[in-house]
Design a protein around this ligand. Structure first.
Ligand code: DHB
Length: 311
């Protein structure tokens, strides 16, 4: 019997697949649809303190090899998602969930996290340090000094289980430097990776999305090798108490298998979920189970992190 069950910190999940923040998670209705699918959990759309309309449309486009987006953090505001995850937490039989958050400034991030700290919510929080799409705001986690300062301040008051969503890194020294910072803090997980920021897709002679003259975050096939590299680089460098969520380019059971082989304990679906809907959870779970059965693996721990190298 093959099981794709997993855990993050003290939280148990019946299945290792869930949505990636930004996809199928804007409204209660979308979140409920993920909840009632084969997914093991859901994460909410990254919430800011106040609701935001986001960038002008078109701001998301699917391509043959993936997607490009510049949504600009449209969301219904912290209270909408915080109220919902508290309601869900109190519902008998519900799954554990993840609340995604970030402020429009470090001060706002602290205001948000202090509200969550003071609330009844006891579940996982994902602090998004990697939104590439708000004009004038850099991806926080590319600035190591600011990231270190924010985490230091956060952990001076925040005592609930917290993880961070990271942008992809592209240099071995950056993996080393980032991991050295993350290892100083009691993080429960890091999620690798957010979209590859600021790509450009052109059709005929024109960009395909309106914000930022067409520049936007890439997802899908374009990003799988980068995502796998980030999952494995952090798996090798982080304290074993910090677990890895793998996100990027997963559209088959084989892709999920590769993320887990690189060290992921949970795997998130972004572009494929946007393209295919919540049926993708069932299909990819079955494909992953078939690969595990063929290889004789019964649990994720039988192969998680056990990537082979060439001698
Ligand atoms: C958005 C995109 C991201 O990649 C992210 O991490 C947060 C928000 C967005 O454009 O809405």
């Amino acid at each position: 019997m093959v099981s794709t069950a997993t855990r993050i910190g003290d939280f148990q999940f019946d299945n290792c697949l869930m949505n990636a923040a930004g996809v199928f998670c804007m409204t209660r209705e979308e979140l409920a649809q993920v909840e009632s699918s084969a997914a093991g959990s859901f994460v909410t759309k990254t919430a800011t303190l106040e609701a935001r309309a986001g960038n002008p449309e078109p701001r998301y486009v699917n391509t043959d090899l993936g997607s490009i987006n510049s949504m600009g953090l449209p969301n219904k505001g912290l209270d909408y998602y915080l109220d919902y995850v508290i309601e869900e937490q109190n519902r008998i039989g519900s799954k554990p969930h993840v609340l995604s958050l970030v402020g429009m400034s470090p001060d706002e991030t602290h205001t948000i996290l202090k509200k969550v700290q003071a609330s009844d919510y006891q579940g996982l929080v994902e602090l998004n340090l990697s939104c590439p799409n708000v004009p004038g705001k850099p991806q926080i986690a590319y600035d190591f000094e600011t990231t270190d300062t924010i985490l230091k301040e956060v952990f001076s008051y925040y005592t609930k289980p917290l993880g961070i969503k990271l942008p992809p890194y592209f240099d071995i020294v950056h993996f080393d430097q980032a991991a050295a910072i993350f290892n100083k803090y009691p993080l429960v997980f890091v999620n690798c990776v957010n979209s590859i920021g600021n790509g450009l897709v052109i059709e005929d002679e024109t960009v395909v999305i309106k914000p930022k003259n067409g520049f936007g975050g890439l997802g899908g096939d374009y990003i799988k090798p980068t995502a796998l590299a980030n999952v494995h680089a952090f798996y090798k460098r982080l304290n074993p108490s910090i677990q890895i969520i793998g996100t990027g380019g997963v559209k088959t059971g084989r892709d999920a298998f590769e993320h887990i082989l690189c060290g992921a304990c949970m795997v998130q679906l972004g572009t494929v979920l946007q393209k295919e809907g919540t049926e993708a959870f069932d299909r990819i779970t079955k494909e992953l189970q078939a690969i595990m059965a063929e290889k004789g693996y019964e649990t994720l721990d039988d192969f998680r992190g056990k990537l082979h190298y060439i001698d």
